[in-house]
Write a protein that binds this ligand. Sequence first.
Ligand code: RTP
Length: 150
Amino acid sequence: QEVFAAEMERTFIAIKPDGVQRGAEDCLELGFKLVGIKVVVPSKDFAQKHYHDLKERPFFNGSCDFLSSGPVIAMVWEGEGVIRYGRKLIGATDRQKSEHGTIRGDLAVVVGRNIIHGSNGPVTAKDEINLWFKPQELVSYTTNAEKWIY
Ligand code: RTP
């Protein structure tokens, strides 16, 4: 029996270089379906593409330098409501404003070193997934767990 509609929401989540260096990659207990994962060191040019929305902001260059400073764990997660839930689990951008129990609230140091990234809406999710992953790097599968965990 098909529990969910075929078209599932997907989001892009990345453990940033500070999170990888600190071994924070096991912080994700999303309860959603992981459909793509890889470790990459993004080039500066690539980081600029990822942060293209922030081009006019004073911290754009610093954020791009930082994202390209070391390995990033890039992931695509799938499931109903995964974009919003991912953001909730990650917590507010600024560590000072992120709640305890969120990844940033518990682990982030300052706004520019905030451990993890998650798409902030359906449009950016689509753009970011397309930027970071080729279609053939994403898998489709069903598990029995889908009946209880999503
Ligand atoms: P992200 O894209 O990394 O998930 O972060 P976000 O949506 O929560 O926040 P956004 O405003 O898109 O900012 C992207 C990243 O830029 C760095 N930042 N630095 N120095 C600053 O004031 C400042 N503000 C933002 C952070 O690393 C932030 O995650």
